[in-house]
Write a protein that binds this ligand. Sequence first.
Ligand SMILES: Nc1ncnc2c1ncn2[C@@H]1O[C@H](COP(=O)(O)OP(=O)(O)OP(=O)(O)O)[C@@H](O)[C@H]1O
Ligand SMILES: Nc1nc2c(ncn2[C@@H]2O[C@H](COP(=O)(O)O)[C@@H](O)[C@H]2O)c(=O)[nH]1
Length: 216
Amino acid sequence: MASPKLKPNLSPAYQGSMLMIVAPSGAGKSSLVNALLQEDAALKLSLSTTTRAPRPGEVDGKDYRFIAREEFIIERDEGHFLEYAEVHGNFYGTSRAWIETQMKTGRDVMLEIDWQGAQQIRQMISEVQWIFIFPPSFEALEERLRKRGQDDEATIQRRLAAAHLELQHAHEADFIVINDDFEQALIDLRHVVAASRLRSGPIMARNPALLRRLGV
Ligand SMILES: Nc1ncnc2c1ncn2[C@@H]1O[C@H](COP(=O)(O)OP(=O)(O)OP(=O)(O)O)[C@@H](O)[C@H]1O
Ligand SMILES: Nc1nc2c(ncn2[C@@H]2O[C@H](COP(=O)(O)O)[C@@H](O)[C@H]2O)c(=O)[nH]1
């Protein structure tokens, strides 16, 4: 699904890292991202807007910005979203203004989005790194969704069916983290974040004086 008014190369001299984390529902991406954010103060998570109803315990402005479908369509048509997609029957989108601010100030950002959104972002921002989270099996995925206890049976079935399509896009990712043992997956994710911070683009953008001294 194409987002209107896409702007290529938002910031060729972006000094930070941008990471997109994509996985089938229930693979554990929110759990991993939350654990990472607790220990990595330099990493900022994008707050998505959604038309999905809040789950018990979810807070507007913290977990998502929850809005009505009609409101989402108006904001989408005004170009408010850098990317958006319809996922499991609801709209989800990333704020263009927020991303532009983070890129201007060189912050490291994490986007928890679906594969359609990841494809859109990749077309616009060449620096982005795409991380895909694998569950160890479909059985484990189903068990995790059930144990989470936040979705009704129809929602669980819809998400399990969508998992097959989501997984077909894993080959587009730069990194794959297998979330079987949680602690090991977190270690792998830390390594990916560390590697993304050592990419030549951000290092060069952050060290102009060194480049001058070295004649690079
Ligand atoms: N390695 C793991 N082993 C066992 N359970 C796990 C593991 N990682 C996460 N979980 C559990 O699986 C459930 C789903 O995790 P989580 O909500 O993080 O998934 P998600 O990919 O963000 O799903 P969604 O896209 O639906 O938001 C949670 O109850 C979480 O505690
Ligand atoms: N394209 C986008 N996808 C998003 C965004 N925020 C979340 N998501 C994805 O939606 C599904 C379902 O999430 P849930 O919270 O209802 O379980 C999941 O794959 C998310 O990653 C977004 O801004 N854009």
